[in-house]
Design a protein around this ligand. Sequence first.
Ligand SMILES: *Cc1c(COP(=O)(O)O)cnc(C)c1O
Length: 389
Amino acid sequence: MTDKDLSFILTHLGEEREQYFNAIAPPVIQSSNFAFDNLEQFRACFSDELSHHVYSRGNNPTVEILRKKLAALEGTEDALVFSSGAGAVAAAVIGNIRSGEHIICQQAPYSWTTSLLKKFLTRFNVEHTFVDGGNLDQIKAAIKPNTKILYLESPNTMTFDIQDLSACAALARAHGLITMIDNSYSSPIFQNPASFGIDIVLHSGTKYINGHSDVVVGVLCGSKAMVKKIFESELMTLGGILGPHDAALVLRGLRTLQLRVKRSDESAQFLIKKLESHPKVERIWYPFHSSFPQRELAMKQMRGCGGLFSVQFKTSSMENMETFIHRLKRFLMAVSWGGHESLIIPTIGFYNIPGRDNPPMPFTFVRFYIGLEEPEWLWQDLEAAMEAL
Ligand SMILES: *Cc1c(COP(=O)(O)O)cnc(C)c1O
């Protein structure tokens, strides 16, 4: 996609301004239902609820503008939005699996995707195999006669494991599997999996797509037929929809998607440059970093990385690590990412939680998200806090 295409999508596509007084900002059509003029229209609307206005669990005009933009951003025929990223993931998976069938999934997807496979779908006799998604032979070896889905998350959001999207799509096609990917890390700005042949592209729109840490939203992009299938079943039946108010907020967030993701990307690179030569840094995890094992593959299919990276610091003292974390004032300690604010998730916070095992990652491992602040201002804070290490 060119920057000119992006400009058109983010600023104009899907906006039929003459329908609403030429208003620049789309109205929030806060209505649950829509009236029919006559029986002919009544029948036409019920023949296809996805493209007519009947009821806002199905198709709401404000939400529809958002869907059109998201489909265009991912280069797919259509898109659906859900009340959360987890809802979009669940709809995509459940919509393409039956009892007795099998799913192959890359080894470390988002935590609630793991829960969907391990805790939820096993209750319905759906099995799964986790594989090292960077190893195509391992994926191939996991395919069974009842396998139906190959689920990818490339990169994932702590260690940034990459899967070869073209190769996975080709392998899946040869075995009649549906491919789906959680593309939240890259956003549509830096990676378009449908262009490599992936069937369903998913996002936690809570992250970059909305980008202001004020809406929870999920996105599912795919062919017209796939979207219609999931609309008529999982979306309409389970009902996990996005309301028009939230859709309007996401539309506002989208206006600056390209600016925000680029800014995060540049600022993350600025900080990584500073960190890589610092004596207290053991290792940096970032797909385009010279030390990243899958860098070449990442550069083949991604146009950039964005604001997420992880750092392993050098210290053997948990106490020093805790002091370091507590000294950071310009990075908030919080889950999520993709908003305006810089964040950290320190692995040490998962140590010594009553009733939970310590994580496999060392306590020196911290996941950073770089937001829209001045990167030099962030570095001052980070550099000063690192004196505790
Ligand atoms: C946050 C996240 C999700 C879940 O999205 P919600 O909007 O929080 O439901 C899924 N995948 C990834 C990679 C995420 O970061």
